[in-house]
Design a protein around this ligand. Structure first.
Ligand SMILES: Cc1cc2nc3c(=O)[nH]c(=O)nc-3n(C[C@H](O)[C@H](O)[C@H](O)COP(=O)(O)OP(=O)(O)OC[C@H]3O[C@@H](n4cnc5c(N)ncnc54)[C@H](O)[C@@H]3O)c2cc1C
Length: 509
C-alpha cells in the first residue's frame, strides 16, 4: 500500500508459474482470430477450436493479465440486486434468460472441471446477498426476493443462515444455492493449454491496433505484423476498436479494490456480498502453503475519477481487521470492469461488419458472463441458433427510458471530464516530487505528468490520453495514469496498461 512503498499484486497471478507463449513475428492467416486472452477470449477460442475451427489468439500482454487475473472469482448468478431491476428494464422473459445463461455458464465450468480434472481450486459454495441496516435497502431486498420467486431462481430468504455466520449484525439476506468459486488464472491456463493441444495458436505481446475492412479483415498489430482472419472476436475487455458501434458512448468503467489476509481458518462458509454502501464482497481462498485467506472487495468508483486511491485499500484492510481479525495483508490489488447501459453484456456482432464480433460489459460478473460469451459466440460464428442471442445482441436497439438516462449521464460525464481535464493546472514543480510520489507538474512551461520512482528517477509523460485526447489523472495506489473518460490506463512511464488505448504516452523526460 502507499506509504509502505509496496505496489499492488494479485494473489491469482502470483500463486502459479504462468506458461509463456511466443510473440508474433510474421504475417499470418487463420479462420478465426480471438483478440484478448481473458476468460471471455479463451473460452471462445477453446469452444471454436473444439468445433474444428482454426483459431489464433492475440494477447497484448500475458494470458490473464487483464481483469480475469485481478478478480474475486466467484462463479455465480447472484449479481447483487440485479433481477428486480432486469424485470423492470428488459422484462421478465429476458431477466429469466439472463439467469439461465449464467447458470449454464456455471454448469459448463463445473462439468469441465470434473471431466477434465482441472486443478483450479473449484469449490461449490452458496452465494449470499445481505443487507446490514438501511431501511431503503431492506425494501429493495424484499423486491429482489420477489424477483427470485418470479424467475424460479434456486434460492430465497437466508436471513437466519447469514445472521449465524457473519461476525456483524445483518437485517436480511438472500441466497442462491449451488454456486462456486475457483482460481481464475489456473482455469485460464488450462483453457490456453487445451486451445494449443487442439492446434490453436496463442501469441503474447501481440497488441492489436486496428482492424481493417472485411471480407476477411486484417488485424494490424502495434509491432507492424498482421493477422488476416475469416472472423474476428474482440474480447479485449474494453473494445480497443470502440468507434465501431460507438461502444465508447455505451460503457461505463468502474474500478474496485481487493485485499487478502490470513483469517486463521475462521472464514464463514459461503460467498457474501452486501447490498448496502459501501459494498463489501467476501470469499476465502487458500495460499499455496495451505493457509486460508479471506478476500475482501469493494470501494467501487468510476475509473480515473480519484487520485488518492491508496486509501481505498486502507478502508478494506480496516474492515477485514475489525471483523475478521486480519492482522496483515498477504496481497492487495485493484481492477476494473465495464457496465453497459442496461447492465446486460454486449455479446455478438460488433457493428456493421458481418465478420467482427465482441464480448464486453460483464458488470463485474465476468466469470459466468465471460463463459456465457464463449458459448454464445461459438454458436453465432458457426451459424447455429442460440436462445440467448437476442438478449445479449449489442445492436438491441430499442433504448428504454432507463437506458437513455444512463446514455446521457455517461456521455455528459465524459464531456465534463474532457473539459475539466483541459482546465486542470499543475500542482507542483518536478523538483518537488518526493520518491514514490506522482502528480501534475510544470514541465517546459506546460503541464505534464510526473512520477519520481523509489530510486529517485523522475519519469515525465504527456498526460493526453492516446485514445480520444482526455486528460489523465494520477492514481496513487497503482502509480498509474488513468483516463476518466473511457478507462484507459498507462504506467508511470507511459506504457499502455489497459485499453481502449493502444498507443503509449509520449515520454517527456
Ligand atoms: C474487483 C473486481 C472483482 C470482480 N469479481 C468478480 C467475481 O467475483 N465474479 C465474477 O464473475 N466476475 C468478477 N469480476 C468481473 C470479471 O473479473 C471480469 O468481468 C472478467 O474478468 C472480464 O474478462 P474479459 O475476458 O472480458 O477481460 P480481461 O480478463 O481483461 O481480458 C482481456 C484481455 O485482452 C487483452 N487486451 C486488451 N487490449 C488488447 C489489444 N488491443 N490487443 C490484444 N489484447 C488486448 C488484455 O491484456 C487482457 O488480457 C470482478 C471485476 C472486478 C473489477
Amino acid at each position: 500500500m502507499n506509504g509502505t512503498g509496496e505496489f499492488p499484486h494479485s494473489f491469482w497471478r502470483e500463486s502459479l508459474a504462468l506458461p509463456q507463449f511466443p510473440a508474433l513475428n510474421e504475417d499470418i492467416e487463420t479462420e478465426v482470430a480471438v483478440i484478448g486472452a481473458g476468460i471471455a477470449g479463451l473460452s471462445t477460442a477453446l469452444l471454436l477450436a473444439e468445433a474444428g475451427k482454426q483459431v489464433v489468439v492475440l494477447e497484448a500482454d500475458r494470458i490473464g493479465s487483464g481483469t480475469t487475473g485481478y478478480t474475486t472469482a466467484k462463479i455465480s448468478s447472484q449479481h447483487g440486486m440485479v433481477y428486480d431491476r432486469l424485470i423492470r428494464t428488459i422484462g421478465e422473459e429476458h431477466a429469466r434468460l439472463y439467469y439461465e445463461a449464467n447458470e449454464e455458464a456455471l454448469d459448463f465450468i463445473r462439468r469441465r472441471v470434473k471431466d477434465e480434472e482441472i486443478d483450479c481450486d473449484f469449490e461449490r459454495q452458496d452465494a449470499y446477498l445481505y443487507v446490514e441496516s438501511s431501511k431503503a435497502t431492506m425494501k429493495e431486498l424484499q423486491k429482489e426476493k420477489n424477483a427470485y420467486e418470479r424467475l424460479g431462481i434456486n434460492g430465497g430468504d437466508a436471513t437466519a443462515e447469514v445472521q449465524g455466520r457473519l461476525p456483524y449484525p445483518i437485517e436480511g439476506a438472500l441466497v442462491i444455492r449451488n454456486q462456486a468459486q475457483f482460481h481464475p488464472v489456473k482455469f485460464l491456463v488450462h483453457l490456453a493449454k487445451r486451445v494449443e493441444s487442439l492446434g490453436g495458436r496463442i501469441y503474447e505481446q501481440a497488441r492489436a491496433d486496428r482492424i481493417g475492412p472485411g471480407p476477411r479483415p486484417r488485424i494490424h498489430l502495434t509491432n507492424g505484423r498482421s493477422v488476416r482472419a475469416g472472423q474476428v472476436v474482440v474480447a479485449t475487455h474494453y473494445p480497443f476498436n470502440d468507434l465501431k458501434g460507438m461502444y465508447f458512448s455505451k460503457l461505463e468503467v468502474h474500478r474496485s479494490y481487493i485485499v487478502a489476509g490470513e483469517v486463521g481458518g475462521n472464514f464463514p462458509n459461503g460467498m457474501f456480498i452486501s447490498a448496502d454502501q459501501p459494498s463489501r464482497s467476501l470469499r476465502h481462498a487458500t495460499l499455496p502453503g495451505g493457509e486460508q485467506v479471506g478476500l475482501f472487495g469493494g470501494e467501487n468508483h468510476l475509473t480515473g475519477h480519484e487520485t488518492k486511491t491508496a486509501k481505498r485499500y486502507g478502508a478494506l484492510f480496516d474492515f477485514a481487521s475489525r471483523h475478521f481479525g486480519v492482522g496483515g495483508l498477504t496481497h492487495f490489488w485493484s481492477s476494473q470492469d465495464m457496465i453497459t447501459l442496461d447492465h446486460v453484456p454486449y455479446i455478438g456482432r460488433m457493428g456493421k461488419d458481418p465478420d467482427v464480433f465482441v464480448a464486453t460489459g460483464f458488470a463485474k460478473w465476468g466469470m459466468t458472463n465471460g463463459v456465457a460469451a464463449g458459448l454464445l459466440l461459438r454458436d453465432v460464428l458457426l451459424g447455429r441458433k442460440n436462445r440467448f442471442e437476442a438478449l445479449f445482441d449489442p445492436a438491441r436497439s430499442k433504448m428504454k427510458v432507463e437506458d437513455a438516462k444512463q446514455f446521457i449521464k455517461t456521455n455528459a460525464d465524459t464531456a465534463i471530464e474532457l473539459v475539466k481535464g483541459k482546465l486542470r493546472t499543475a500542482d507542483k514543480e518536478k523538483s518537488e516530487l518526493r520518491p514514490d510520489e506522482g502528480g501534475l507538474v510544470h514541465h517546459d512551461g506546460k503541464r505534464a505528468g510526473g512520477y519520481r520512482d523509489q530510486s529517485g528517477v523522475l519519469h515525465v509523460v504527456d498526460t493526453t490520453c492516446t485514445h480520444m485526447g482526455c486528460s489523465l489523472n494520477w492514481n496513487d495506489g497503482e502509480r498509474s495514469w488513468d483516463c476518466p473518460c473511457h478507462g484507459s490506463r498507462f504506467s508511470y512511464d507511459g506504457e499502455v496498461l489497459e485499453g481502449p488505448a493502444t498507443k503509449p504516452l509520449e515520454r517527456l523526460e
